[in-house]
Design a protein around this ligand. Structure first.
Ligand SMILES: Nc1nc2c(c(=O)[nH]1)N[C@H]1C(S)=C(S)[C@@H](COP(=O)(O)OP(=O)(O)OC[C@H]3O[C@@H](n4cnc5c(=O)[nH]c(N)nc54)[C@H](O)[C@@H]3O)O[C@H]1N2
Ligand SMILES: Nc1nc2c(c(=O)[nH]1)N[C@H]1C(S)=C(S)[C@@H](COP(=O)(O)OP(=O)(O)OC[C@H]3O[C@@H](n4cnc5c(=O)[nH]c(N)nc54)[C@H](O)[C@@H]3O)O[C@H]1N2
Ligand SMILES: [Mo]
Length: 758
């Protein structure tokens, strides 16, 4: 049999000249509203745009697939944001990827296009198979697809040769069935996007406060005195959070923005609705911007804690009665010299003092963070330092205070709650086993990085992906591609075409599924699904659009059929998916905190999962106390002539899905293959902005290279550079991961730049 020629794994080089506009100082407002309408109308037409946008995040509507930020209890008519609207339009597009289209285009030809182009081809309409040695997908029936998967699992004769990935849009119902299927089969190989995302938060908080989740509700924002927004770009990635920040400010809160980049959303914000009330001013959000050097947040936390301790802004009763090891943290911080804090952060003592005094004065502090903290070698440690700062002031389990990891994918937190985890706890498995009668495997499975290594070793026969775009989201694109190509069968349950359909195993399947916006009709009638937001509120989501094709199936249906064909375990899987109440009924028995699930989740705003630190200031750690945890500061020194690179999102993308080529707030248009660099660093090299450079990344004795990136002079600390994800993933080392969470260090990539030789 002929070997299939490799399809391109990395994003092709784009030499379109970049256009620059002014860096915006106000986020949202009329341009955002206009932008979402234009985006919607060009993809869905006028009628569908209005219908869809009016039902996002409404009580009887669907949950916005954009992000996991919660909805206010009294959602306004237009409870959507520019980027939520784009996510919706992207799913509800009128474009289609048909069998005819895939017959006319080889995977190699498709892969030579940009990610933007690939996504714009639209929704996949039928199940498709790419046979060994073949270059084109062909249609196949759903039955044949499941038979193919069954055959590979049976031939392997070892459940651990299968790996089941999940991206965070999957509903609670689908995710619950999926993990039950994998565990009944006998494996915990359930990596998910969380491994590359907030794993460090889960791990860090779990050890410190006994739950791997945040401890605030939306109402806490109204009562806070101080909000720290650390390593996060909410104007782009969580736009609805800006409304909460604006309201908090109007109630007197102060906001500190800690970031190497001056992100627009935190400078100024204008709620699109305010125009309707004829109010034309904008709200300035951050009171203080600390432009830290990349990776220096732990040092900054040491500085802030020094000031809090010196000023006695400590909750000694809480520290003594409910925590351990405060003295160790205090002694550790005392040893950190101010000179090191200033050097590491690049901030002046006066700037840190100003922030420290705001911490001292605050009666209720909330700390929010995202990828700027988690995707570092010390991702777990730095989150524990943030936790130390809050714990010492008693800023947990009281109104207006607490920890707030801001999740990415709209149901990534729910997926973990219902069992998508390669390292499940014994407590979880025990209850699952009792309720379902299975004996779950106890041995931990592989996470994302371990899954790639397992594929590279040729130990994976089936790689099944419930959503996502594995090849583009993961580190070291070429090495990951090599691993994927060794797999016997790769399966993608997807809505839209992406690069993971083109860089595949020997045989590949695309199983096209319904999206959030669409009607889900099963034997018993239309179904809703449930999701959990970033603050632990579980609620329903029901789509109302006509499905993109008559051949689409829902994720719960797909898993139930898969289990039905593969397992033969006596469970009536099709019955479960015929009415999702049946799945939820099983979930109420199998999951902690899900009693009466069917009833409680139907309440108008859903219900809140138990959260001991928040609900009763209690901590489910082994000793029942919250833990101060000490860490040495990371060594931030890098060899001379090298830079630390961060990989970030533009305003026009959703992870690996590129909606368009603009980064409006940052004033960059038309090309994404760019490097943001401090103008003095550009000058020091004798270069000019807009020149082309090659980037070489280093990890131990490994080197990775990517060519032709255009330089952009930008406000970023000297020694730091920024590129976009996923273009730069070819440079992210596979082995450089966070201690304990194994999250790739996508915000700490040591690089050198070379002029591009023409
Ligand atoms: N529109 C849209 N919405 C999204 C997404 C999307 O792609 N598009 N993705 C979703 C997902 S899955 C996620 S996880 C979230 C991601 O949301 P974010 O975490 O906001 O996304 P990033 O672009 O990775 O931005 C990280 C931020 O951290 C800063 N940063 C980098 N390194 C450091 C550091 O060392 N210290 C500090 N203090 N800051 C640092 C960067 O400058 C940037 O502002 O958004 C979710 N929402
Ligand atoms: N360098 C670098 N790498 C990163 C990051 C970074 O900051 N820098 N961020 C990391 C983070 S935080 C994350 S979360 C991961 C994201 O990793 P993934 O979750 O794997 O990637 P996405 O781009 O979100 O997946 C998009 C695809 O999901 C499919 N899809 C969309 N909606 C649905 C649906 O409803 N059902 C199904 N079945 N499929 C659907 C579509 O086919 C779409 O092409 O990437 C990580 N990778
Ligand atoms: Mo994420």
């Amino acid at each position: 049999m002929a070997k299939r020629e490799n399809a391109r794994a990395s994003t092709p080089i784009d030499l379109t000249p970049l256009k620059l506009s002014k860096h915006k100082t106000v986020a949202a407002g009329i341009p955002a509203a206009n932008n979402s309408l234009i985006h919607g109308i060009t993809r869905m037409g006028v009628g569908k745009t209005l219908k869809t946008l009016a039902t996002v995040n409404q009580k009887k509507g669907f949950d916005c697939p954009g992000c996991a930020w919660p909805d206010p209890a009294h959602a306004s008519m237009f409870e959507f944001c520019e980027n939520g609207a784009k996510a919706v339009a992207d799913e509800a597009t009128n474009q289609r990827v048909t069998p005819q289209f895939l017959a006319a285009n080889t995977v190699q030809a498709l892969a030579d296009n940009s990610d933007y182009w690939i996504n714009a081809r639209g929704r996949i309409t039928e199940p498709m198979v790419l046979k060994p040695g073949k270059n084109n997908y062909e249609p196949l029936s759903w039955d044949d697809a499941f038979q193919l998967i069954d055959q590979v699992i049976k031939e392997a004769d070892d459940p651990d040769r299968s790996v089941f990935y999940t991206s965070g849009r999957t509903s609670n119902e689908a995710a619950f069935l999926y993990q039950l299927f994998a565990r009944t089969l006998g494996t915990n190989n359930m990596p998910d996007c969380s491994n590359m995302c907030h794993e460090s938060s889960g791990r860090g908080l779990g050890e410190a406060i006994g739950i791997g989740k945040g401890t605030v509700t939306l109402e806490d924002f109204d009562a806070a005195d101080l909000i720290l927004v650390i390593g996060q770009n909410p104007g782009t990635n969580h736009p609805r959070m800006l409304t909460a920040l604006r309201d908090a400010k109007r109630n007197g809160a102060k906001i500190i923005h800690i970031n190497p980049l001056p992100e627009t959303g935190l400078i100024g914000f204008k709620h699109p609705q305010d125009y309707m009330k004829l109010s034309f001013g904008s709200d300035t959000l951050s009171d203080l911007f600390l432009q830290v050097k990349v990776g220096s947040d732990a040092a900054l936390m040491h500085g802030l804690m020094k000031i809090v301790i010196e000023n006695g802004a400590l909750d000694m009763d809480f520290i003594q009665q409910q925590t351990t090891d405060f003295e160790k943290v205090k002694a550790n911080i005392a040893q950190t010299p101010w000179a090191q804090i200033e050097e590491d952060t690049g901030l002046s003592r006066a700037q840190i003092d100003a922030a420290g005094q705001m911490c001292v004065a605050s009666k209720g502090t909330i700390a929010c963070w995202a990828m700027g903290l988690t995707q570092h070698r010390n991702g777990v440690a730095v989150i524990q330092e943030v936790t130390n700062l809050l714990l010492m002031g008693g800023h947990i389990g009281k109104k207006g205070a607490g920890l707030c990891p801001v999740r990415g994918h709209s149901n990534v937190q729910g997926d973990r709650t219902v069992g998508i985890w390669e390292r499940p706890t014994e407590k979880f498995l025990k209850k699952l086993d009792e309720a379902t009668g299975i004996t779950s495997p106890r041995e931990h499975g592989v996470d994302v990085v371990e899954a790639i290594k397992k594929m590279q070793r040729g130990e994976v026969d089936l790689f099944f992906c419930m959503g996502g775009n594995f090849i583009s989201a993961t580190p070291d694109t070429e090495a990951t591609a090599e691993g994927l190509r060794k797999v016997k069968l790769t399966v993608q349950v997807s809505t839209k075409l992406n690069r993971s359909h083109l860089v595949t195993g020997q045989t590949a399947l695309i199983l096209p599924c319904l999206g959030r916006t669409e009607t889900d009709l099963q034997e018993s009638g239309p179904q809703f699904v449930t999701v959990e937001n970033s603050m632990g509120v579980v609620h329903t989501s029901q789509g109302s659009l006509k499905p993109a094709s008559e051949h689409l199936k829902s994720e719960p249906w797909i898993v139930s059929q898969l289990a039905h064909v593969v397992l033969n375990d006596g469970r009536d899987w099709p019955h479960l998916a015929s009415n999702y109440d049946h799945i939820r009924e099983l979930m109420s028995r199998a999951l902690h905190g899900f009693d009466n699930y069917n009833e409680r989740v139907r309440a108008p705003n859903g219900f809140c999962l138990p959260n001991p630190p928040r609900d009763s200031r209690s901590f489910a750690t082994a000793d029942g106390k919250a833990h101060f945890i000490t860490h040495p500061l990371p060594d931030l020194k890098i060899p001379e002539d090298r830079y630390v690179m961060i990989t970030i999102r533009s305003h026009d993308q959703y992870n690996t899905t590129i909606y368009d080529l603009h980064d409006r707030y940052r004033g960059l248009h038309g090309n994404r293959r760019i490097v943001l660099m401090n103008p003095d660093d550009i000058k020091a090299r004798g270069w000019q902005a807009q020149e082309y450079v090659d980037i070489v990344s280093y990890y131990k004795n490994e080197e990775r290279r990517a060519e032709k990136w255009q330089l952009v002079a930008y406000t970023i600390p000297r020694g730091n550079i920024a590129t976009y994800f996923p273009e730069a993933n070819v440079l992210v080392p596979l082995n450089s991961t966070a201690e304990k969470s194994n999250t790739p260090t996508s915000k700490w990539i040591v690089c050198s730049l070379e002029p591009h030789a023409i």
